[in-house]
Design a protein around this ligand. Structure first.
Ligand code: GLU
Length: 508
């Protein structure tokens, strides 16, 4: 019987979630949903020095915002709890000790200053940062170099120590990556990674293998930056006797800087003026804020859609996908090998398309919230009309403020410079007539009637409608933008329309 598919996203809670991390979540999620499998969120917090308070909560909120809920997590619980590695601390030592007994790992007693002097001693021009590996192992203070008795004595005396993997001197480790095909490494080039730290905490390398095994993970998708660690992990699966259960790996391509080469970093975002984190992240202590896509006004649907396309396509020109469509169409074998350059203009294009294609009811919740932050209050009925009128003009959800504020608040400033040069007494008089016409209009809710009446009035005064439409717009809106001016008049109401015309007439 085929094993039930189980995938995991295993972040370390060290800060805001980079968009590459969210894309890893997404590919995991899509694969799990497609295969009728489980999607596990495991918090990898064994490196206590890098732990940042609030980062875990941020991850939950981010997954919720994106609509990518895990089936099992520290919050949701599940059959393999606990899902936070720090709470599983006690169970890792036995595996590290087993590896020592098998001769696949060893105790290392080197003190910090010894490690520093080792680096100094072995440093050369070609090798500026020497690694702790088979070449130097015998010259260090560890159970490979010491006698059995010495080691036993030091252990009995409680001398602080770590456990390191003993990487073979010259073996080839090969595994099949779902994206890259067969990948091989020479073990001689990899250092003897620490598996268990002096405080008894496992390192990432040991914990990831033990937990993927215990949690019955069948497929492990993670960023390409983890590829160099893969030989260590593959060997651990083998040495622990679990090779038959090793998950299928997929190392996802990097998301690259828009300019130049290399992985897109937070610094690139700061430098080029766009977010790299999913949501705002404030560093505890310094209160340093890094902006996120959510607060900038991205819809989660657009954000997720954009991320899906950074490294995958369905083989056609289609670019807009709902999450449901992605669940049907996504396939690991169409994930690209090469990295994808991030393009913020394209990201905004996705958002604009999503705002256009979303219905008013969907947009209303977000727009209401953003309006609330800007002190704009609106009835649902009016909001419905306004959203329908301006959504085509909004690239970001936050654009609704600029594009729609005048529906709810009388403008305080007007682009009078756009009116004044061509203003004359005839136009002043014409708007006096417009006020009376509007005041007597009985069909206020029919914008085309208002428009026809306005144009007839202009014709009667031998004024070209084009010459008075822009002034009318500026009177109602404040500037040269917005949807149809009679649509605006219909929504703001007869009284307000007249008041706004009068207010500007006094200034001309
Ligand atoms: N904890 C690792 C990270 O922060 C997870 C890598 C993996 O998925 O194996 O990215």
């Amino acid at each position: 019987m085929a094993k039930k598919v189980r995938v995991r996203f295993a972040p370390s809670p060290t800060g805001g979630l980079h968009l590459g991390g969210v894309r890893t979540v997404l590919y995991n999620y899509l694969f799990a949903r497609q295969q009728g499998g489980d999607f596990v969120l495991r918090i990898e917090d064994t490196d206590q020095s890098r732990y940042v308070p609030g980062a875990e909560e941020y991850i939950y909120e981010c997954l919720k915002w994106c609509g990518l809920a895990p089936d099992e997590s520290p919050l949701a619980g599940g059959p393999f709890a606990p899902y936070r590695q720090s709470e599983r601390k006690e169970l890792y030592r036995q595996y590290a000790e087993f590896l020592v007994q098998e001769g696949k790992a060893y105790y290392a007693f080197d003190r910090t200053e010894e490690l520093e002097s080792f680096r100094e001693r072995f440093k050369t021009a070609e090798n500026p940062s020497p690694q702790y590996d088979h070449k130097v192992r015998q010259q260090m203070r560890n159970s490979c170099a010491l006698t059995f008795e010495e080691t036993e004595r030091m252990l009995a005396d409680g001398v602080p120590h770590v456990i390191r993997i003993r990487m073979p001197e010259n073996e080839t480790v090969t595994f099949t990556d779902m994206i890259r095909g067969e990948v091989s490494f020479n073990t001689g080039l990899v250092d003897d990674k620490v598996l268990l730290k002096a405080d008894g905490m496992p390192t990432y390398h040991l914990a990831v293998v033990v937990d993927d095994y215990l949690m019955k993970i069948t497929h492990a998708f993670r960023g390409e930056e983890w590829l160099p660690s893969a030989p260590v992990h593959v060997l651990l699966w083998k040495y622990l006797g679990w090779e038959a259960d090793m998950p299928q790996w997929a190392h996802l391509p990097l998301i690259l800087k828009p300019d130049g080469n290399g992985k897109l970093s937070k610094r690139d975002g700061d430098r080029l003026g766009f977010p790299v984190f999913a949501m705002n992240w404030t560093v505890p202590g310094t209160n340093d804020l890094t902006k996120g896509f959510r607060e900038l006004g991205f819809m989660p649907e657009a954000f997720v859609n954009m991320l899906a396309m950074l490294g995958w396509n369905d083989g056609t020109d289609q670019e807009l996908f709902t999450l449901d469509e992605l669940k049907q169409k996504f396939s690991m074998d169409r994930v690209h090998k090469g990295g994808a350059k991030f393009d913020f203009e394209k990201a905004k294009w996705f958002n604009h398309e999503w705002i256009k294609k979303s219905d008013v009811a969907r947009l209303k919740t977000d727009v209401k919230q953003i309006f609330g932050q800007h002190g704009i209050t609106a009835t649902d009925e009016k909001l419905d009309k306004v959203i329908a009128l301006v959504k085509e003009r909004c690239t970001l959800l936050t654009d609704f403020v600029e594009q729609a504020k005048f529906f709810f608040q009388t403008p305080q400033q007007w682009d009078l410079d756009a009116i004044k040069p061509k203003w004359n007494d005839a136009k002043q008089a014409f708007f006096g007539d417009v006020i009376s016409y509007f005041q007597n209009a009985t069909n206020w809710n029919v914008p085309t009637d208002l428009e026809n009446g306005f144009k007839e009035l202009a014709a009667a005064k031998q004024i070209k409608p084009g010459e008075v439409l822009l002034p009318l717009r500026i009177m109602l809106v404040g500037g040269k933008f917005g949807p149809g001016v009679f649509d605006i008049a219909a929504v703001i109401g007869k009284e307000e329309t007249v008041l706004r015309i009068k207010a500007v007439l006094e200034k001309l």
